[in-house]
Design a protein around this ligand. Structure first.
Ligand code: ASP
Length: 336
């Protein structure tokens, strides 16, 4: 029988009703799962739940928590066929984007899931999400970090939370789902990345100073200058459309140029839900490229940020980081 390790980090899925609203309660999720007869079905994998000492609302997650999850998976890697990470939905896409970079040589499934409604409620989406995640992790067929939610199985580093209240809360706008969870679980085998053979190792994150800046009409050069002061090392710039910005504002472009000349790595993503950056398509984008801004292609902001954390944590030279940030390392972008 397949064995699955369940890392329970917190989130709505295991919360209980309290006088102050839903809140995590130690032991409660394991108790609810223990009372689910479907989890004892012979079709289900054997599982172990490891509840974290502090159950988090995922709004409180930091890169240090991502590292804790990565180390937890690595510590149990040889004893299990797959891993489920129970996580709050608010920052699940960030964790799902960071883990693929940290888990070098991953050859087993790591499936993140959670729910919009706690498991204790009658209309909860937790039951189906949990069962699907356990089945996918136990099957061992997808040696990737993925996110299982509602009717979709997504590549983790392509995922985004798209609905604050709907039950189909996640999508991967620039990459097809790895699987569809309908009457049967249909995996798109041709999209699944090849199984690594190198053995698992964890790339630690050191929380380098990086940031995200969304362009908006009226953004000033001063704001860019303030943000890009040392110690900032990397910036994900959410640009308009195919990678455009206020290229006619010479001072704004000068502020970007000063930053990149000092070694700040600036990578452009698009503010659009779908599509890719092409800095050469318009003069308003070429101006950014001339200022030293790099193309994030079709990476999500979540993936670009996680990649910055990862690349700076490896202690690489700036030129090497500039080269790697534009390349596909974990299936996070479609190089054009
Ligand atoms: N605020 C919660 C969290 O992200 C929401 C959820 O779990 O859905 O932990």
């Amino acid at each position: 029988m397949a064995r699955v390790y369940v890392a329970y980090t917190g989130g709505t899925i295991g919360m209980a009703r309290t006088a102050d609203g839903y809140a995590p309660q130690p032991g409660y999720l394991a108790e609810l799962m223990g009372a689910m007869p479907e989890l004892r079905s012979p079709q289900m994998p054997d599982y172990t739940v490891h509840e974290y000492a502090t159950l988090l609302d995922s709004a409180n997650m930091t890169p240090a928590h991502w590292l804790g999850i990565a180390h937890d998976i690595a510590a149990h890697y040889d004893d299990y066929d797959g891993f489920v990470v129970l996580h709050g939905t608010d920052t699940m896409a960030y964790t799902a984007s960071a883990l693929p970079f940290m888990l070098e040589g991953l050859a087993k499934p790591v499936v993140l899931t959670g729910s919009q409604i706690p498991l204790c409620e009658i209309r909860s989406d937790a039951r189906a999400n949990l069962i699907n995640a356990l089945l996918i992790a136990g099957a061992g067929e997808i040696p990737e970090v993925c996110l299982c939610f509602g009717d979709k199985l997504l590549r983790g580093c392509r995922s985004q939370k798209v609905a604050a209240d709907g039950l189909s809360a996640f999508e991967s706008p620039n990459f097809p789902p790895l699987g569809r969870l309908g009457i049967t679980i249909e995996v798109a085998d041709e999209l699944v990345r090849p199984r690594a053979v190198s053995g698992l190792s964890v790339q630690a994150l050191v929380n380098p100073p990086v940031a995200v800046l969304r362009l908006f009409p009226g953004i000033t050069a001063d704001l860019v200058r303030h943000l890009t002061q040392p110690p900032l090392r990397g910036l994900v710039l959410e640009t308009y459309g195919v990678g455009n910005g206020p290229g006619d504002d010479a001072d704004f472009i000068a502020a970007l140029t000063e930053a990149t000349a000092r070694g700040v790595v600036i990578v452009a993503c698009t503010q659009c839900v779908r599509g890719s950056v092409d800095l050469g398509a318009y003069r308003a984008g070429s101006a950014l490229a001339h200022a030293g801004v790099l193309s994030g292609h079709d990476m999500t902001t979540e993936a670009a940020l996680a990649k910055m954390f990862y690349l700076f944590s490896r202690g690489l030279a700036v030129d090497e980081i500039r080269r790697l940030v534009e390349l596909d390392l974990r299936g996070e972008l479609t190089a054009g």
